[in-house]
Design a protein around this ligand. Structure first.
Ligand SMILES: NC(=O)c1ccc[n+]([C@@H]2O[C@H](COP(=O)([O-])OP(=O)(O)OC[C@H]3O[C@@H](n4cnc5c(N)ncnc54)[C@H](OP(=O)(O)O)[C@@H]3O)[C@@H](O)[C@H]2O)c1
Length: 289
């Protein structure tokens, strides 16, 4: 059966103004079609992505915004503002909030803002995509700060984000009218989560820690209905900011399309409880592994 999206429009009274507000039911954005049908008094859902730059974060945010209102978090407004604008122009609802996920207070403030903006909405999907700084250096040239950054954004930020989102995801799963898809937490990983390599000591330390946290969460929260997945991104992502980086000799499709990653994330989110993926690896067909 083709998934559908119902749109409920009502007038929302805020302290400063009255404005039109849209509540979205999840649909399948990959099918790119929806119908405005019955207005239902259901709980409504939103998604959040932390680490929204012009690459993977933007692609994931744009795709999930076709199914949900979405909160976009990054430290700099310049990182998320163009994505908020693109989603809004396309008719979606996006809320950008300057947030440092490695700072618990900053993350608390972001979720407090989301709760103020969308007081009735429940969290359907959370994506951890923060870029922890790629310190590709000979070990003897690494500074302790490189390790600190890899661990603070790679691991501590995920720890805070998971502690913030898992109670919300559990709550979404307990609603009388449940979310259409299992509440989901997806974490963007890398090959360095599986093995260390020369010049990867700091980066791999952060990614190993991320994978350890995510595996543990999957085993604890899967039985409670929350899908926790880790993606092993094995190759260079074709980001706007990394255009000059040559991968696989510059052959066509030698880099991973961030839009293709986003589609895999939507697929993870829509998996039924009887068949959860815990780890998903993605690489270009020409990648050596
Ligand atoms: N690019 C690749 O080739 C590649 C390959 C394998 C795996 N990955 C993984 O993919 C993920 C990122 O995807 P991407 O490379 O395409 O990057 P992206 O989505 O274009 O941008 C990620 C964003 O994370 C934000 N960020 C960094 N630290 C943060 C913090 N403490 N709090 C909140 N936001 C923060 C940055 O914005 P602000 O500076 O504004 O905070 C940055 O723009 C990372 O997990 C990375 O390890 C990337």
């Amino acid at each position: 059966m083709a998934p559908s999206r119902q749109v409920l429009v009502w007038r929302h009274l805020s302290s400063s103004s009255i404005f039109q507000f849209h509540l979205w039911q999840p649909f399948d954005p990959c099918l790119n079609k929806f119908s405005i049908s019955t207005i239902m008094a259901t709980p409504t859902f939103y998604a959040v992505v932390v680490g929204v730059g012009s690459g993977t974060g933007a692609s994931v945010a744009r795709l999930f915004a076709r199914g949900y209102p979405i909160a976009l978090l990054a430290r700099k407004e310049s990182s998320y503002a163009p994505v908020v604008a693109a989603i809004t122009q396309a008719g979606g609802t996006a809320l950008g909030i300057s947030t440092d996920v490695s700072d618990a207070q900053s993350l608390d403030a972001a979720f407090a803002r989301v709760a103020r903006e969308w007081p009735q909405a429940r969290l359907a999907a959370a994506v951890y995509n923060a870029e922890a700084g790629f310190s590709y250096k000979p070990f003897l040239e690494l500074a302790p700060e490189d390790l600190d950054r890899a661990l603070s954004t790679g691991a501590k930020g995920l720890f805070y984000f998971a502690q913030k989102t898992l109670p919300l995801l559990l709550k979404a799963g307990e609603e009388e009218v449940a979310a259409k898809y299992p509440p989901t937490l997806i974490v963007t990983g890398a090959t360095a989560a599986l093995r260390g390599s020369a010049k990867f000591a700091a980066f791999a330390a952060g990614k190993f820690a991320q994978r350890a946290i995510t595996q543990s969460l999957a085993r604890e929260f899967g039985p409670r209905g929350v899908h926790v997945a880790y993606t092993i991104i094995d190759g260079s992502i074709d980001t706007p900011w990394g255009k000059d980086r040559v991968a696989n000799g510059g052959v066509a499709d030698g880099k991973i399309s961030p839009d293709a990653i986003a589609e895999s994330y939507w697929y993870l989110h829509t998996q039924p409880r009887s068949a959860f993926t815990q780890e998903l690896d993605l690489r270009p067909s020409v990648e050596k592994f």
